[in-house]
Design a protein around this ligand. Structure first.
Ligand SMILES: *Cc1c(COP(=O)(O)O)cnc(C)c1O
Length: 414
């Protein structure tokens, strides 16, 4: 690391803070005074990472089973990302979208050919800095269809900006910020009859996640996505699939909706391995609705972010990480099924939700953190497990062993 660290900008305040006892408490205290109160008080301060491990400000090592919310698929400080990003940054860092760069064009081509599996020239890309912005761009595309009605799903999460929030179901997230962009109806996720009742010839688009990550890794019934594709086609409505969490290999395929041929697909989290980048991928007629002047971004498609995306895709292919995601995901699920207080494990690849019998997920999550394993609890009875795609079989078992011990202790208590 040291060759990338300019001593002028390195102070103990920025990187390691005072080591040892009290360092976390001190930074957490400053956090609580300097940062807006949008997030719960963090339980750890992290100063360093390598592979799937993170070290906190007191020197404790943690095994990351969450990937910073399904982002760091290659783990921390991956050599390929590091060398691509640093060499791009030392060659050309930013030019704005008044101009083009080779990395931006190369990533757009790779997303079309590999992720969408589309023929060159039949699909196009708009780059953003986040998932919510990719959805914001998709929302604007739907408004250019000549129709304004949107059908979204109960339990959905699409981000926190106005249009993304308008199609996000949770009333607690939406209501304080109303009025939001309108004409959105919500139907139960996975319920084809309800969707048939809601989609008509005035519908601009149906928007959905292929697996609802934030809702607790909720998986729709088999065949649902394909049926939604057929229904939207019948009514001339666009199908917009939000793969911000599920895409870029997380579920063991480039897209969880592979084969469905959505008109609009948004990706972000796993694309840059932590370097901020998102993208709207559009196929067919939907790819040319945004015309000059309709939309824009200063940073989106920045060459440094784009080269990070190219490095991520190259490593996923070279190291066969889609295959690893499937194999380790199956191992994870089978080792967890059968542990005490576990009802079932759902999801795909390395995006898994552990459904407990009872609302113990926060307690389990906290106990795992004490043992040095990072997960999260998107619902009171669900633990989300989404480790880097580079995880090994031994690391999976280290986690499931710790989870088993935590669950046995809780089962002994209740
Ligand atoms: C995280 C997420 C978003 C928002 O992405 P940000 O990068 O946080 O803006 C949108 N949709 C889904 C499905 C997500 O999981």
């Amino acid at each position: 690391m040291s060759e990338f660290t300019n001593p002028e900008f390195t102070s103990s305040e920025l990187t390691h803070a005072p080591d040892g006892q009290g360092a976390q408490a001190e930074i957490t205290h400053r956090y609580s005074r300097a940062m807006m109160q949008t997030f719960a008080t963090p339980k750890r301060v992290f100063v360093r990472g390598e592979g799937i491990h993170l070290w906190d400000a007191e020197g404790n090592r943690h095994q990351d089973m969450l990937s910073g919310l399904a982002v760091t698929s290659l783990g921390q400080a991956h050599p390929a990302v590091l060398s691509a990003v640093t060499s791009q940054l030392s060659t050309l860092g930013h030019v704005s979208n008044l101009f083009a760069t080779p990395s931006q064009v190369a990533l757009a081509e790779r997303l079309v050919s590999t992720v969408l599996a589309a023929e060159p020239g039949t699909a196009r890309v708009f780059f953003t800095n986040s998932g919510t912005e990719a959805n914001e761009a998709a929302f604007k595309v739907t408004r250019l269809t000549g129709r304004t009605k949107l059908v979204a799903m109960e339990g959905s999460f699409h981000g926190r900006t106005a249009a993304a929030l308008a199609i996000t179901h949770s009333p607690a997230y939406r209501i304080p910020f109303e009025p939001l962009p309108g004409e959105v109806v919500f139907v139960p996720y996975g319920d084809l009859d309800a969707l048939r009742g809601a989609v008509d010839d005035q519908t601009a688009a149906v928007v959905m996640e292929p697996i609802q990550g934030e809702n607790g890794v909720v998986v729709p019934p088999p065949g649902y996505l394909q049926a939604v594709r057929e229904l939207t086609r019948q009514h001339g409505a666009l199908l917009w699939i939000d793969e911000v969490q599920t895409g870029m290999g997380r579920t063991g395929q480039w897209l969880a909706s592979a084969g469905v041929e959505a008109d609009l697909v948004t990706v972000a989290k796993g694309l840059g391995n932590g370097f901020p980048i998102g993208a709207l991928l559009a196929r067919g007629g939907a790819a040319t609705l945004l015309q000059p002047g309709h939309h824009g971004t200063t940073f989106g498609g920045n060459p440094v972010a784009a080269i990070a995306g190219l490095a991520v895709m190259a490593v996923i292919e070279r190291d066969e990480l889609l295959e690893n995601a499937r194999a380790r995901g199956d191992q994870l699920a089978s080792e967890i099924e059968g542990l005490p207080l576990v009802d079932h494990v759902r999801g795909a690849g390395l995006l898994r939700g552990v459904q407990f019998i009872g609302d113990i997920a926060v307690r389990v999550n906290d106990a795992l953190l004490e043992r040095g394993f990072i997960t999260n609890a998107p619902r009171p009875s669900v633990l989300r497990v989404a480790p880097p795609l580079i995880i090994t079989a031994e690391q999976v078992t280290a986690f499931t062993t710790a989870l088993g011990e935590v669950l046995e202790a809780i089962a002994g208590d209740v």
